[in-house]
Design a protein around this ligand. Structure first.
Ligand SMILES: [Zn+2]
Length: 320
């Protein structure tokens, strides 16, 4: 061991490189989230992130590609909503259009995953079709999710990622893709915890701050790891190509547990609230933003995630 006084001082950049090397992180593990819409918008609760208009999406993705990140996930924010979220499966919908443009510009150099849900497209903001009794109808929602996923795959998506947490969503989507001869992979948001950490994202999706929406009847309770493990096992059995845990940082115990138990391709999403906390504290100069970004991404990798979806992906790619 080198005595302390003889240690060579290193720059922050060198130390961040070492942290990522020790955690085994490579650029291929990073997935950058992109919000597409019909018009540009800034996001107050997510500084440095913006909503990209579909007309400029290729230009925006070019900057991601230049940082050598080769994987992204598209979240759509449609111009209007209706009761069944019909613009989610419209062939000319915002996500379908963005995917067509990105794939025709970048081809295999950019793997495109799409978020498959209806909460950004319907009036209720719930991830399923709400029946007359006010409850989410699981089976009616499955048919819609399958239609959405197929429309994304037809547009060229490499991976479709159902995030609705409906029972049977992986099987329904796999069957639909198979029947139409589409070969997109399925990344299931298998253990999506009911969490207040999604608030900044919801403020974009609704184009205004929202009151708390109770999704606890279909998302996993944050105190529970047993149900999450069951959800993941079910999705693997239904044929998911990769499973996901979301949020990431407060659930690193689960990331490790799932990796150890199933040894299956695993993604974790570092969500909008996790991003906003670091950004807000940094704006007050209470923390070193760069250091916190690096430590949080490294910790998700160390816990066992194979893919990390993070708004910080672009920022930390320079250390890899
Ligand atoms: Zn949803």
């Amino acid at each position: 061991m080198i005595p302390l006084q003889q240690q060579i001082p290193c720059s922050d950049e060198e130390s961040y490189r070492r942290i990522f090397a020790a955690a085994g992180l490579h650029k291929s593990h990073l997935v950058f989230p992109v919000f597409v819409s019909d018009s540009p918008a800034t996001i107050q609760s997510m500084p440095a992130m913006a909503v990209t208009p579909v007309q400029k999406v290729v230009q925006y993705v070019q900057s991601i590609a230049e940082s050598n990140i080769s994987s992204m996930i598209v979240f759509g924010i449609p111009k209007s909503r209706d009761s069944i979220g019909s613009s989610a499966f419209d062939k000319k919908g915002i996500v379908q259009e963005a995917v067509r443009q990105i794939k025709s510009a970048f081809g295999d150099a950019m793997s495109v995953t799409t978020d498959v849900c209806i909460c950004q497209y319907n009036l209720s903001g719930h991830c399923g079709i709400v029946a007359h009794d006010g409850k989410v109808n699981n089976d009616a929602t499955l048919r819609v999710l399958a239609k959405i996923a197929a429309s994304h795959a037809e547009a060229g998506a490499d991976v479709v990622a159902p995030s609705a947490m409906m029972d049977g969503q992986v099987y329904a989507i796999k069957s639909e893709l198979h029947s139409r001869g589409l070969d997109a992979s399925v990344l299931s948001f298998s253990a999506k915890y009911a969490s207040s950490l999604y608030t900044p994202f919801r403020s974009i999706a609704f184009r205004k701050p929202t009151t708390r929406l109770d999704k606890s009847s279909y998302q996993v309770s944050y105190a529970n790891s047993r149900v999450a493990l069951l959800e993941i096992e079910t999705d693997i059995n239904e044929g998911a190509d990769m499973v996901m845990i979301k949020p990431a940082l407060m659930y690193l115990d689960l990331v490790r547990m799932v990796k150890d138990r199933f040894n299956y391709p695993l993604a974790a999403q570092n969500v909008s609230g996790e991003y906003a906390m670091i950004k807000a504290a940094a704006m007050h100069r209470w923390i070193d933003e760069e250091e916190w970004k690096v430590h949080s991404i490294a910790s998700i990798k160390r816990a066992g995630a194979d893919k990390i979806i993070s708004y910080f992906a672009f920022d930390v790619a320079k250390y890899l």
